[in-house]
Design a binder for this molecule. Structure first.
Ligand SMILES: [Zn+2]
Ligand SMILES: [Zn+2]
Length: 585
């Protein structure tokens, strides 16, 4: 058996180089059949080594049976020349070598059909076992031609034949039918396979070559296109360059023209500027002369003004001295006002009018400002209140009573463990600060919610309050929050208790000790004393006052709630009248 080494077929007896082997194109029949087809179907190769026929024919006494050419070869070839290799095409002769003898084997064939004379030759190979029997018998007959009759019996395919090598015929012993036989050659199966492989390999190479040729063709086309493209670009570039050169030269010409124009304009401008400069210088001279004149006038004015300023400074000094004297006078007066604390009641009357218009104006502003801003018509008159007089109250006995009540309340709170929290909301701060602005000795006890509040009343009651103090037993009946003494922080509310008959009205600005207040949740009816701190525990004592905040339900016609905050005390000694304000609306 042979095998493939590179592109050579090695058959153990020779080296058969594919490159020197016959081209597959010259073996059309081999290419049509796969290598694995059975031997009986294999066609006889047309390539026959000349040495085989020469040696075999020479050893036979009888005319050697010719090695017949293949059935597909053209018939015009004479039988005598069929043992020779067929003539090769001139173009391939240089590279073609005939296949070596060792690649062929003997092949016995018989003719099918009866019409020998008609030339209807159909040759068929014997089966493999028959081949061996016939070749062995043929060899014996060839070596000993004198023995026997040159015939043999062949048993194959359950049939018996008589073969005559002299006539090269076979006879079916049962039917008696006779056919011609012949001894030919054919390629060995392994050689056939190698040729097929060679053919396949060659075919692949040809395919590759075809592909390479295609690639080369494409490359050539691409190269040609690129060359054309490059040439076109070069032409375009040259065109552009020509155009640019033309533009540059025209631009240069234009620039030159413009420069000439510019120079002309520049000369004109310079001349114009010189003329203007001359004019400006003349104007400047005129202006400087005017300025000198104006400066002289201004100096004169400044002198006059400085004299006026000196006069005014003198006046200011005089005014300042006068104001200092006035302040001293006021301070002395106010000291006198607090004199009740020094027990000098016998020397000073209960009421002293304040004749300082400045203080009266402050009180009037307070009365107007603390008036309610709401749309209620009862409130609006106080926005235009006119204060006529303000009287300072000096009442030593009343003051001492108030002081002792204050001390007593502090002691009560300490004994009962009452801590007075902040008033909610805080009392009108404008009212407090207005009074404190001119009465700097006034001290208000924050721990007892001591504050300044307004009390409105009929004219006839004022003198009694000033001399005897507030009297809870004289309180009017029907008050919403008990039968106590009512105060307010809004002048419009207190005005509701005044005469309102068009004449002079009076209002008392009082210190009030609210102490530990009870915040009313609604009307309190005919109470004569402030509520208990704890209804279930009398030892905890009572509140010191009642506060009815804005919004507290009062059981009155709509809006049925407090529009003004009201403060109620049930003990007259918890208030001291500081000022009596006489006003009209
Ligand atoms: Zn060989
Ligand atoms: Zn009001």
């Amino acid at each position: 058996m042979g095998h493939i080494l590179s592109n050579q077929y090695y058959c153990s007896q020779c080296w058969w180089d594919f490159e020197k082997a016959p081209s597959p194109a010259l073996l059309p029949n081999l290419q049509q059949h796969p290598p694995q087809i059975s031997q009986s179907q294999l066609p006889v190769s047309s390539l026959q080594p000349p040495a085989l026929s020469a040696s075999s024919s020479g050893s036979l006494p009888t005319p050697a049976p010719p090695l017949h050419r293949h059935k597909h070869l053209p018939k015009r070839q004479p039988p005598a020349s069929s043992v020779q290799p067929p003539p090769l095409p001139a173009s391939s002769s240089g590279s073609l070598l005939p296949a070596p003898e060792c690649h062929f084997e003997v092949c016995w064939e018989f003719q099918t059909g009866d019409d020998h004379a008609a030339g209807g030759e159909e040759w068929q190979s014997f089966q493999a076992d028959a081949q061996k029997q016939i070749e062995s018998a043929h060899a014996i007959v060839g070596q000993n031609p004198q023995d026997g009759d040159g015939k043999m019996h062949l048993l194959t395919n359950s049939l018996t034949y008589s073969i005559d090598f002299a006539t090269m015929t076979q006879k079916n012993m049962e039917t008696g039918r006779c056919h011609r036989i012949r001894r030919g050659q054919r390629l060995k199966p392994e050689a056939l396979r190698s040729l097929q492989e060679q053919a396949d390999f060659s075919k692949k190479q040809q395919l590759e070559i075809t592909n390479l040729k295609k690639t080369i063709r494409i490359c050539k086309i691409f190269s040609k296109t690129r060359k054309q493209h490059t040439e076109k670009r070069e032409r375009d570039a040259k065109d552009q360059e020509r155009q640019l050169r033309a533009r540059v030269s025209s631009a240069e010409v234009e620039a030159e023209t413009r420069q000439r124009q510019f120079e002309t304009q520049l000369d004109a401008c310079k001349r114009e500027a010189e003329v203007k400069d001359q004019k400006r210088r003349e104007q400047l001279d005129t202006v400087e002369q005017d300025a000198d004149a104006q400066q002289r006038v201004l100096r004169a004015n400044i002198d006059t003004l400085q004299q006026v300023a000196a006069t005014l400074t003198e006046d200011l000094q005089k005014a300042t001295q006068a104001e200092s004297a006035s302040r001293l006078q006021m301070t002395q007066f106010l000291h006198q006002g607090e004199s009740w604390r020094l027990g000098k009641q016998l020397e000073i009357p209960h009421l002293t009018p304040i004749d300082c218009p400045f203080l009266v104006a402050i009180i009037e502003n307070m009365m107007r400002t603390t008036s309610h801003h709401g749309p209620n018509s009862r409130c609006s008159p106080m926005r235009q209140a006119k204060v006529l007089r303000v009287l300072k109250v000096h009442n030593v006995r009343l003051g001492q009573k108030y002081d002792s009540r204050c001390k007593q309340m502090l002691q009560d709170h300490a004994d009962q463990g009452v801590a007075v929290g902040p008033l909610t909301p805080d009392v009108n701060s404008f009212l407090q600060s207005t009074i404190k602005a001119f009465d700097e000795w006034m001290h208000l006890e924050a721990n007892l919610h001591e504050c300044l509040l307004l009390h409105g009343s009929k004219r006839q009651n004022i003198s009694e309050i000033v001399s005897s103090g507030f009297e809870e037993r004289l309180s009017r009946q029907g008050g919403l929050y008990g039968e106590g003494i009512y105060f307010a922080e809004e002048s419009c509310k207190s005005f509701q208790y005044c005469d309102k008959d068009g004449g002079e009205n009076s209002m008392i600005l009082s210190r009030v000790l609210l102490g530990d207040p009870h915040y009313a949740k609604g009307p309190l009816g005919q109470m004569k004393i402030s509520p208990k701190r704890d209804e279930a525990d009398a030892t905890k004592g009572r509140h010191n006052s009642v506060v009815a905040n804005v919004g507290t339900p009062n059981g009155q016609p709509p809006p049925s709630v407090q529009e003004h905050r009201e403060y109620v005390i049930f003990d007259g000694s918890q208030a001291y009248p500081e000022y009596v304000v006489i006003f009209e609306v």
